[in-house]
Design a protein around this ligand. Structure first.
Ligand SMILES: *Cc1c(COP(=O)(O)O)cnc(C)c1O
Length: 220
């Protein structure tokens, strides 16, 4: 996508160093199919039931599905069966369930640990202080592959604040990578802050609105 290319250029990042996750919540399978035909293969969904319908409707295509919403214990079996990545793991119990419920014929489930980078009480995510301990435990689980971090910073007033939060996330990412060299994914940046995220080393931006338009509310 062109907007990623120009964001990479503005940040002096090599072309192709930032992947695009198309965040398709609320959009019907037909819109995803159009995007897939234009070359997009990576899709992110927040709500399990909605996602399962789209995964089934698009199963003639080779797509990579990322779960990016809160993971409840009673949803882990379906998530482990149908997704390729889960970016919103923030506690060991959920990781253990995903690992034990991953179907044997599938490759390891790719995992990003969600970090609550601004220590917001209202927000999901492991705190920066507890990250390394969680990562050590998750990396031991048989059917998971620890790939990196996912970050959603507090809403920022200025680009400076965005850069600050993403800069702290990048430091954590380096720390994680030095303990777990297989780690390669820093998932950060959404429609409103993707430039700052790319400047601070994001390897994957999660874009909804800037790609699809304002969130779609289907007529029921
Ligand atoms: C909805 C969502 C996005 C995309 O947000 P936009 O502002 O529409 O680009 C990215 N990440 C997560 C976790 C989301 O829930």
């Amino acid at each position: 996508m062109n907007f990623i290319k120009s964001a990479e250029q503005r940040a002096n990042r090599p072309e192709g160093s930032v992947k695009l996750l198309a965040v398709s919540k609320t959009w019907p399978a037909s819109r995803l199919r159009e995007l897939a035909e234009a070359g997009q293969s990576r899709f992110g969904e927040n709500y399990l039931q909605e996602a399962l319908e789209k995964i089934a409707a698009l199963d003639d295509l080779i797509l990579e599905w990322h779960f990016i919403g809160p993971v409840q214990s009673n949803k882990t079996r379906e998530i482990a069966a149908h997704f390729d990545w889960v970016e919103s793991v923030d506690r060991l119990k959920i990781a253990q369930r995903l690992s034990s419920q991953r179907p044997a014929q599938k490759p390891a489930l790719n995992i990003c640990l969600q970090v609550n980078i601004d220590n917001e009480s209202s927000k999901a995510g492991v705190t920066p202080d507890n990250l390394m301990e969680l990562a050590a435990a998750v990396s031991q689980l048989d059917n998971l592959c620890l790939r990196g971090l996912m970050v959603i910073p507090a809403i920022a007033e200025t680009e400076e604040q965005q850069l600050d939060a993403f800069g702290r996330a990048q430091q954590l990412f380096y720390q994680l990578k030095s303990a777990h060299p297989e780690v390669d994914t820093l998932s950060m940046g959404m429609s409103a802050d993707m430039q700052a995220a790319i400047i601070q080393g994001s390897t994957m931006v999660r874009i909804g609105t800037a790609l699809f338009g304002d969130r779609h509310t289907p007529n029921k």
